[in-house]
Design a protein around this ligand. Structure first.
Ligand code: CUA
Length: 369
């Protein structure tokens, strides 16, 4: 970050940065090589085959250039570019897959974009605006949404960015490798002050980070704040959030997160952040098998920040699921959710009993949503 030194590239401050730069260097080198080769040949041929004196256009012998040598030439200039572009493709895909799959034990942080600022919430309760404090050498996963238009969370030094969309959760992850301060940019034009929608990531040692975190908001963890909101909105009047407390009208939320939920229409869906958000704001869109559509919408009653707290609260209920056998965690799940063997038949949500009058639907086809 020395401003005096001229840098072609931003600093490499995350584990992925070197890989991205290597691929980029490869693309530049290949492009430069062929650009120079073609430019050289254009000039060379122009000189070599130029028209001399008044001898007229050169006479073509159609057989001279379409023999075996011509065939070999054609194969060579087809196969080499094909090979090169396949290398670029495979290399790019492998980096893309790495960047789009957060490691399971990542530290989770929530980001809300709005015109024109970044609001950030830590699970422990700390909140910040246009600043993100994180510890070094930890996988950091951002779950992001927008309150208004499309933004894009971009940290050049980490070589990672992702769109931040209204009405949807997107993720981004990185593992910072150097202590320091790094720019955050909004990389999607979002209105007048788009260029001012910037911030700073502070990568700290674990000790410094713990110290920073200790000066938190004093409002409790995100899950605790989510629980307060849950109670304030009266969700608990219907949804049991205690193990083995079932009232039969609404699904129990304990151990729900990360499981597959069987729906009334016979499909099933993974209970992830987006599913929870949708169920709160558009409860009619996915009805759990065995239940009726009796939930009112909470659209307009919960801010995006509040929604993330609710999500975090319901996640925290999932993490208590180690003491219950009512859920079936997926193989790929947050590490805190133990893979308890289950005695339920399918991946259906079994956190509340079905009313006896409503037999289980026949085994649903594996939904693809
Ligand atoms: Cu937000 Cu551009």
């Amino acid at each position: 970050m020395d401003p005096k030194s001229f840098q072609l590239f931003p600093e490499q401050a995350s584990t992925i940065a070197g890989h991205v730069d290597a691929l980029y260097a490869f693309l530049v080198l290949v492009s430069a090589f062929f650009s120079l080769l073609i430019a050289f040949l254009v000039v060379w041929f122009a000189v070599k085959y130029r028209q001399k004196g008044n001898e007229g256009p050169p006479v073509h012998d159609p057989h001279s250039e379409h023999g075996a040598a011509g065939m070999i030439l054609e194969i060579v200039w087809t196969v080499i570019p094909l090979g090169l572009s396949m290398i670029m493709f495979a290399w790019g895909v492998s980096i893309y897959f790495t960047e789009s799959r957060p490691p399971a034990d990542s530290m989770e942080i929530y980001v809300t974009g709005k015109q024109w600022m970044w609001k950030i919430q830590h699970m422990e309760g700390a909140r910040e605006i246009n600043e993100l404090h994180i510890p070094i050498n930890r996988d950091i996963k951002l779950t992001m949404t927008s309150e208004d238009v499309i933004h894009d969370f971009y940290v050049p030094d980490f070589r990672t960015k992702s769109d931040v969309l209204p009405g949807k959760y997107t993720t981004e992850w990185f593992k910072p490798t150097k202590v320091g301060a790094y720019h955050i940019f909004c990389a999607e034009y979002c209105g007048t002050k788009h260029s001012g929608m910037i911030g700073t990531v502070y990568v700290m040692t674990q000790t410094d980070y713990d110290e920073w975190l200790a000066h938190g908001s004093g409002e409790g963890s995100m899950a605790e704040q989510g629980q307060a909101l849950f109670n304030q909105l009266g969700c608990g009047n219907c949804h049991p959030s205690v193990i083995n407390n079932q009232n039969g009208r609404c699904p129990n939320l304990v151990g729900l997160f990360g499981t597959r939920v069987e729906l009334k229409d016979g499909t099933n869906v993974r209970a992830d952040e987006s599913y929870i958000r949708e169920s709160v704001l558009y409860p009619e869109s996915k009805i759990v098998a065995g239940y009726d559509n009796i939930m009112p919408t909470f659209k307009g009653l919960i801010s995006e920040d509040g929604m993330l707290k609710l999500v975090e609260y319901i996640k925290s209920l999932g993490k208590q699921a180690g003491t219950t056998n009512t859920s079936v965690p997926l193989p790929v799940q947050t590490s805190a959710t133990p893979l308890t063997p289950s005695n339920s038949k399918t991946g259906a949500m079994k956190t509340a009993p079905r009313p006896a009058a409503m037999p289980a639907a026949p085994a649903p086809p594996q939904g693809n949503r």
